[in-house]
Design a protein around this ligand. Structure first.
Ligand code: NAP
Length: 245
């Protein structure tokens, strides 16, 4: 039996073409929400929107390109009536020992993970405010709390998400709830893009050994946004049971 409330709202999910974003889109659609699926890989989000059917739209959008987010917001307003929930999920994890060789990757991670979330939020803020109540869900990471070698730049983006979210909560609540999700090892495409061979190997091995499905995070996001308006789940650390430390 579903205990979820608040069905029938409009959720915008960035990075909905794979992994946690795709699973979150499925979970929120299953709970009765309309979903706007944002990602650069237009074909992937279109296939998912077709599968989810009525109330799902696919929008090609790059969180590092503000114009594309503005265009996405216009479509969400026109086709779905405006966003009630924004899930800032789009992200890249390009782990490597910190050095000049990786400087473009450092910039890419900050622009995607941190500035991308800020851009999507400032663009959609009027829609979140206009509706009866809003939810902002920021996907951070266990690397927003602890960070081993190789995670310096990535952790900086996730620490940034956490600090930004703390201040936003003070500014936006009670009208818009702010929830931070901190996943541990999740089996997704995230490690595919790592260019440093040793770091890629280590992360792929750890995820293969410990990783849990993206659905497990999606369920937590769906639960958080379904709580009664009087309750906010500020920060949720979700790790595989096998990943105790
Ligand atoms: N997997 C884990 O173990 C783990 C742990 C902690 C936190 N996280 C976080 O979870 C989030 C989702 O990652 P995932 O694990 O599900 O990895 P994933 O399968 O690689 O998904 C990443 C998503 O982000 C999108 N994306 C990347 N750059 C983008 C951009 N510039 N504009 C729009 N979308 C962009 C990708 O879509 P396109 O390429 O189609 O644009 C894709 O849909 C990330 O923020 C990640 O840091 C993951």
């Amino acid at each position: 039996m579903s205990v979820h409330q608040n069905t029938g709202r409009v959720a915008v999910i960035t990075g909905a073409s794979s992994g946690i974003g795709e699973a979150t889109a499925r979970a929120l659609a299953a709970d009765g929400h309309s979903v706007a699926l944002l990602a650069r890989r237009a074909g992937r989000v279109q296939v998912l929107a077709d599968e989810l059917g009525d109330g799902a739209i696919a929008v090609e959008a790059d969180v590092t390109d503000r114009n594309s987010i503005v265009a996405a917001a216009a479509r969400v307003k026109q086709e779905l009536g405006g966003a009630d929930i924004l899930v800032n999920n789009a992200g890249v994890m390009l782990t490597a020992p910190f050095s000049s060789d990786q400087r473009e990757e450092h910039r890419h991670m900050v622009e995607t993970n941190l500035l991308g979330a800020m851009t999507a939020t400032e663009v959609f803020l009027d829609q979140l405010r206009a509706n009866e109540r809003g939810d902002l869900v920021n996907v951070s990471s266990v690397a927003g709390r602890i960070a081993p070698a190789g995670f310096a730049a990535y952790a900086a983006t996730k620490w940034g998400i956490n600090g930004w979210s703390e201040a936003l909560r003070v500014e936006l609540q009670p009208d818009i709830r702010v929830t931070v999700i901190e996943p541990g090892a999740i089996t997704t495409e995230l490690t595919d893009h790592i260019t440093d061979p040793a770091s890629k190997q280590a992360n792929e091995t750890a995820t293969a050994e410990l990783g849990i499905p993206a659905q497990d995070i999606a369920d937590v996001i769906a639960f958080a946004v379904s709580r009664p308006q009087r309750v906010t789940l500020n920060e949720i650390l979700v790790r595989p049971t096998a990943q105790a430390m």
